[in-house]
Design a protein around this ligand. Sequence first.
Ligand code: 2BA
Length: 106
Amino acid sequence: MVAVVNNEDAGALVDALLEKEYRATRLHSSGGFLKQSNATIILGVEEAAVDEVIEIIAANCKSRTQVVSPMPPIMEPGEFFMPYPLEVEVGGATVFVLPVERFERL
Ligand code: 2BA
């Protein structure tokens, strides 16, 4: 599984996963849209555990509203740009469930 979560939730999420003996890897990442730092958690789990892991993610990651200031456009002389901040709802987590062809711990 791959879960993109808010940086502020990532520590508690990894702790909650470890408590249930799920192994996880935390990567530092950043969103393509907001260009702000977030966290990507990689988890190798049995198929039967996917729903429980989604529940743990849901319990530890909350959605937030973030305010973004749009980039000013290239202006011609005499033009005027009023930068209105935009509100963006960033979800608690974006989760991908992928099949694994082979898994080895050496
Ligand atoms: P960002 O790309 O920084 O996106 C942050 C939030 O901005 C998104 O929240 C969404 O509400 C909004 N947003 C993103 N792209 C947009 C667009 N083209 N037009 C309008 N609004 C847009 P979430 O959807 O909850 O995504 C949170 C983070 O999860 C994303 O950060 C990105 O890092 C990751 N993510 C979301 N969908 C993804 C996908 N399909 N593939 C890979 N990563 C994804």
